[in-house]
Ligand binder design. Structure first.
Ligand code: SF4
Length: 417
């Protein structure tokens, strides 16, 4: 029996797709082994969102070759797709499988090489069937792939192609199957889930949430990262009726300066965001609003950065994920004037990290003494079981507490202290 090992970098979509590939190889009789052990084939599902993810992907290629120099090392995922388009091969890599070829990866590997497929013309969603991850309490449900937006810093539309939405009935079937297996939280993921349905007629992300919400069972729904444009009176009005939906919205904001947003090709303004955040807060009690912010985007002046900082102070979000801008080859921003020094990016990032640490703590404090619905996970860290409430605030419970062990993997009312 051939042994195969996987390593995943990057986002939840990549993790989901690795799980799907594992299932495909397993069905064909391959034995899935740990990445650090001896295998015949190593598959690295790469990411190219930052220069750091590129570096890590290369390190894992080297590690696989060091573990077994006779093994075949195959890369797939976004960095692999970029290399494939540039017709570049890396040392240590035996085969690149492009993103659109992964649905046939077993056959491709077995046949050694494949015909290339143009990612931009691909129209189909990779229907991987019901994909089970290792997490027992939470399941990631992929509903779409690709993006039509072309933000100037982002390589994703080039390496994943345009929006392809999954059939809504298949989504519902997958959710039903994971709930039957005891999963308590389904996370709706994709590359750009707010675009769900753009290539279909008459269905939207809100329809998906409503269909899942209507299913029987004790579980909750969490939305993955969404574009601010998705938030409006109509969607909020419908979403607030979905009783299983977590009061947690991760809005991909990136900057809070209108000039920077224009250069990023992001189609909203700070004023609109202010209204959207108010709309969410008016309709969802104790809502968690989290975000991603890029600092040091080309041309970001001190004034632009300061206005982002001041707006973030005012918006008082529950968590800001801060990313120093990282040049991606082949993007519009790569060629922009006014590239910012690493030193300045680090100073700006540190300022935002300090702000978010303070705001996050203040947000968490509001739950002290309250009874909250928490899902305790099976994993343990430093003698504590880890759980999360709807707002994705970490809740730690002493793992030696017998009462705790009994409620792992269920939704429980716990008092936060
Ligand atoms: S919305 Fe922008 S940042 Fe997000 S995947 Fe599409 S192009 Fe990239």
């Amino acid at each position: 029996m051939k042994k195969i090992a996987f390593y995943t970098l990057g986002c939840k979509v990549n993790q989901y797709e690795t799980d799907a590939m594992k299932q495909m190889f397993s069905k064909k009789g391959y034995e899935i082994v740990d990445f650090l052990s001896l295998a015949d084939i190593y598959i690295i599902n790469t990411c190219t969102v930052t220069a750091m993810s590129d570096k890590k992907s290369r390190q894992m290629i080297n590690r696989a070759k060091r573990t077994n120099k006779e093994a075949k090392v195959i890369i797939t995922g976004c960095m692999a797709e970029e290399l494939k388009q540039q017709k570049t091969i890396l040392d240590g890599v035996d085969l690149i499988v492009g993103n659109e070829d992964r649905k046939n990866i077993v056959e491709i590997i077995e046949d050694t090489f494949n015909e290339s497929i143009d990612v931009n013309t691909c129209k189909e969603f990779w229907e991987a069937g019901n994909v089970l991850s290792n997490e027992r309490t939470r399941a990631y449900i992929k509903i779409e792939d690709g993006c039509n937006n072309f933000c100037t810093y982002c390589i994703i539309p080039y390496v994943r192609g345009r929006v392809r939405s999954r059939d809504i009935n298949n989504i519902v079937e997958e959710v039903k199957s994971v709930i039957e297996k005891g999963v308590k939280e389904v996370v709706i993921i994709g590359i750009h889930i707010a675009s769900y349905g753009k290539d279909l007629s008459g269905v939207t992300l809100t329809d998906v949430v409503e269909r899942i919400d209507a299913l029987d069972g004790d579980f909750r729904i969490r939305l993955g990262s969404i574009e601010p444009v998705y938030i409006n009176e109509e969607t909020v009005d419908r979403l607030k009726k979905c009783v299983k939906l977590c009061k947690h919205f991760h809005l991909s904001i990136q900057s809070l300066n209108n000039e920077t947003l224009k250069r990023m090709n992001r189609h909203y303004t700070v004023e609109e965001l202010r209204d959207k955040i108010k709309l969410l807060r008016d309709n969802f009690t104790d809502v968690a609003i989290t975000t991603d912010i890029i600092v040091g985007f080309p041309g970001e002046t001190e004034e632009e950065f300061n206005s982002t900082y001041e707006a973030l102070k005012e918006f008082n979000l529950s968590k800001i994920h801060v990313f120093p801008y990282s040049v991606r080859r082949g993007t519009v921003a790569e060629k922009m004037e006014g590239q910012i020094s690493e030193e300045t990016k680090d100073i700006r990032a540190a300022k935002l990290i300090e702000l978010t640490n303070f705001q996050e703590n203040e947000f968490k404090k509001r739950f002290l003494g309250k009874l909250m619905k928490v899902i305790l996970e099976h994993r343990e860290k430093d003698g504590f079981k880890i759980g999360h409430n709807e707002q994705y605030v970490d809740v730690l419970v002493d793992a030696d507490d017998k009462d705790v062990v009994e409620v792992v993997g269920t939704i429980e009312n716990l008092q936060i202290r």
